[in-house]
Design a protein around this ligand. Structure first.
Ligand SMILES: [Fe+2]
Length: 294
């Protein structure tokens, strides 16, 4: 049975039906999902009660898992609740208790409430991220997505020409600094050394241009810091206007897949005394944005 996709927003995001993410996909289904991602950039799969192994297997239909041993890892392996290949985006510690509001891991998580693209602080940023809802709080906790292709298209020609060849520096240091979390260890500062990314990127499959913005971006190469920061803030404000934003209200066992090369996203507030257990698999990108085809 072919999959069908129902649009959820005027410019992007769709809900997929007629697919069971627990089962191996046929080549036709893989192609249909990829084509859906190229068009919608965010796809919602409802009622997918997945184990970690099933989520990893579904993810691997679309590429190679991002290597979580690269710098950027905040929690040491022995402090993690989940096995390899899947990242813990819950508010739980390794014993399954709600983490303290003074836990450094919680401070890092709060930074995810700023608009960002996953792994933009890595030399080769992520392709798709897949987030699975295992336990949800009673209130809040939406995830918002913004379409960076539509945001790029809507820029005036002067701005498009000005930004065409700009390069930004991305680091977890910048996004955590933005929420006042500056108490990083020497090891973290070394691991979070800024990487360079083009501000305008071209999607490898569709050829569409998009704004590669992220709260991890803290400088524009060749610009002063204040001039770069205020311009990035202006562009982010433009790119996250309601016309470009889909807000996902989670249901239990939703699986949401997004293309980090075409969208930004942010987590929204919830009652931190309630459990939110969401788990993410991430696909590695193919090249850095500096090396992308012109
Ligand atoms: Fe994220």
């Amino acid at each position: 049975m072919p999959i069908s996709i129902r649009p959820l927003h005027p410019v992007f995001a769709g809900e997929v039906s007629d697919i069971d993410c627990r089962k191996p996909l046929s080549p036709e289904e893989i192609d249909a999902v990829e084509a859906g991602m190229n068009e919608y950039a965010v796809l919602i799969f409802r009622d997918q009660n997945l184990t970690d192994e099933e989520q990893i297997a579904f993810t691997r239909h679309f590429g190679e898992l991002e290597n979580y041993n690269t710098p950027g890892h905040v929690r040491k392996r022995e402090d993690q609740r989940l096995g390899p290949g899947i990242a813990d985006f819950s508010n739980l510690d390794k014993h399954g208790n709600i983490m303290s509001d003074e836990d450094r891991v919680w401070f890092f998580k709060l930074g995810d409430r700023l608009w960002h693209s996953d792994s933009s602080f890595r030399p080769v940023p992520a392709k798709y991220s897949l987030l699975s809802a295992r336990v949800l709080p009673s209130w809040g906790a939406n995830t918002e997505f913004a379409d960076m292709r539509a945001a790029y298209d809507a820029l005036d020609n002067r701005t498009k020409a000005e930004i065409e060849d700009l390069v930004c520096e991305h680091s977890l240091i910048y996004s955590r600094e933005a929420i006042g979390f500056t108490d990083l260890t020497a090891g973290e500062i070394a691991a979070f050394r800024p990487v360079r990314q083009r501000l305008v990127r071209t999607h490898p499959a569709t050829g569409r241009k998009s704004l590669f913005l992220s709260s991890h971006a803290g400088a524009i190469v060749g610009w002063t810091i204040p001039e770069g920061r205020i311009f990035l803030r202006d562009l982010t404000e433009h790119a996250t206007a309601p016309a470009f934003v889909y807000s996902h209200s989670w249901r239990l066992h939703d699986l949401v897949m997004w293309d980090n090369r075409a969208t930004m996203h942010r987590a929204r507030r919830f009652d931190r005394t309630e459990v939110r257990d969401v788990r993410r698999t991430t696909l590695a990108g193919e090249t850095g944005t500096i090396e992308q085809a012109a």
